[in-house]
Design a binder for this molecule. Structure first.
Ligand code: GLU
Length: 433
């Protein structure tokens, strides 16, 4: 019996093989098995500590009431407060949030941040409601979570469908429902806030910057020059557009982009800053005048050095993977490749730079923001960039070194490097009482 099936049987958890939570935890447990880590650690990793579901009403603009479902899953806090984004998306499920919370535990441990892992979300399409409704929904969600979050306990941040404005409403709500004596530091309850209200320089571009820092560190070893590479991109939201704008400064050539509105190509290169202006006006890449439309299949089959998924989970299935013609796949999104897609790509010799490394820039600058809030400091943009680069390069080297020692792929290496650290801290702390 596989390690995952036996641990899940012990915990009386039953999932089909294509379930995202089952898939993520399987990869984590197989890495733990490889290192021969204690059974108790596998049990702790296989199940989040807390799974909170709230249902809350919101007054809509036409005076009707709508009921929404919100989640906060707190996977593990042995290294420090739970940390991770809150997503607004119509397709969100408890298993999705659980899977993403486990990835946050891995991500913060890999980078050696003093945080555990958590994730949250509300099931809705944020584009379908007005800004006023969005504000009331956000405030009501945060008041429903109440003391389940806090600057020393669980610290949310932006994710798909949420942004700095939403973080400002979250922090303001938390501060208003806190006891008067605790209000001063209350806004440290979330990160990714606007700069004017306790946010950090560099937080908005941080995930994209982290992707670029990792590529700069690891591509030379694979024989690719970041300044001359070609690449394609799925997703042109915060992470995709920042990654592309920063790579544009390096001179890398963006050949094709796909998002929820369609796919576009320009063999000579798409200017990411111009595309960014276009997408902020139109809401998507389709119809961009300086590129040609192409089908989804043609998009996947475009030959590039590096393929960067920066959108939702599980988009690179085995059948999409079979179309890819790239040497490196850099996961800027969380869990974009299914296990079957991954097996196929690894067999073909494609190097996969794993999400817990590539997409760790956001939570790393979140850590800097939380630290600045606690110390009532403001770091300049150069300091943030420098510190981020330092931690991303160290994490990339850690993954490379572990892969070399264990003779394994980079995802397994990243999980092993994270788990080994978590195990050390469990051994030091022990289990209360
Ligand atoms: N949502 C981002 C992630 O998945 C950022 C989390 C954070 O800043 O806490 O890594």
């Amino acid at each position: 019996m596989s390690i995952t099936k036996s641990v899940f049987d012990e915990l009386d958890l039953h999932y089909p093989d294509d379930n995202i939570y089952f898939q993520i935890i399987s990869a984590v447990l197989e890495s733990a098995e490889r290192l021969d880590l204690p059974h108790r650690l596998k049990l702790m990793m296989a199940q989040p500590k807390n799974e909170i579901i709230v249902h809350f009403p919101v007054r809509m603009d036409d005076d009707s009431f709508a009921l929404f479902k919100g989640y906060r899953v707190q996977h593990n806090n042995v290294l420090g407060p739970y940390k991770g984004g809150i997503r607004y998306h119509q397709g969100i499920t408890l298993d999705h949030v659980k899977a993403l919370s486990a990835l946050m535990t891995m991500k913060t441990a890999l980078v050696r941040l003093p945080f555990g892992g958590g994730k949250g979300g509300v099931k809705l399409d944020p584009r379908s409601i007005s800004p006023e409704e969005l504000m009331r929904l956000t405030r009501r969600f945060i008041s429903a979570l109440g003391t389940n979050i806090g600057p020393d306990y669980d610290i949310p941040a932006p994710d798909v469908g949420t942004n700095a404005q939403i973080m400002a409403w979250m922090a303001d709500t938390y501060v208003n429902i806190s006891e008067p004596g605790k209000r001063l530091g209350g806004s440290g309850v979330v990160t990714g806030k606007p700069i004017e209200y306790g946010g950090s320089h560099g937080r908005e571009k941080a995930t994209g910057q982290g992707v670029v820092d990792v590529l700069e560190e690891l591509l030379p070893g694979i024989g690719i020059d970041i300044n001359r590479m070609t690449y394609s991109l799925i997703g042109f939201g915060n992470v995709g557009s920042w990654t592309a704008r920063l790579l544009h400064d390096h001179g890398a050539r963006l050949k094709a982009v796909m998002d929820h509105t369609g796919a576009i190509i320009n063999e000579g290169g798409i200017a990411a800053p111009t595309l960014n202006t276009y997408v902020s006006e139109t809401g998507g890449v389709a119809g961009f005048p300086e590129a040609d439309p192409l089908s989804e299949e043609e998009f996947y089959a475009t030959e590039v050095d590096v393929f960067i998924p920066a959108a939702l989970e599980q988009m690179i299935t085995e059948s999409n993977a079979r179309l890819l013609r790239c040497r490196v796949l850099a996961e800027a999104a969380n869990a974009p490749v299914t296990p079957a897609g991954e097996r196929y790509l690894l067999e073909r010799g494609v190097t996969i730079l794993p999400a817990i490394l590539c997409s760790a820039g956001g939570v790393t600058v979140s850590y800097f923001e939380w630290k600045q809030n606690r110390q009532a400091e403001v770091w300049d943009p150069e300091t943030v960039d420098e510190q981020l680069r330092k931690l991303m390069v160290a994490a990339a080297r850690r993954v490379n070194e572990t892969a070399r020692q264990l003779k394994c792929d980079l995802r397994t290496a990243a999980y092993c490097a994270a788990l080994e650290y978590i195990n050390k801290v469990y051994n030091l702390r022990g289990i209360f009482p």
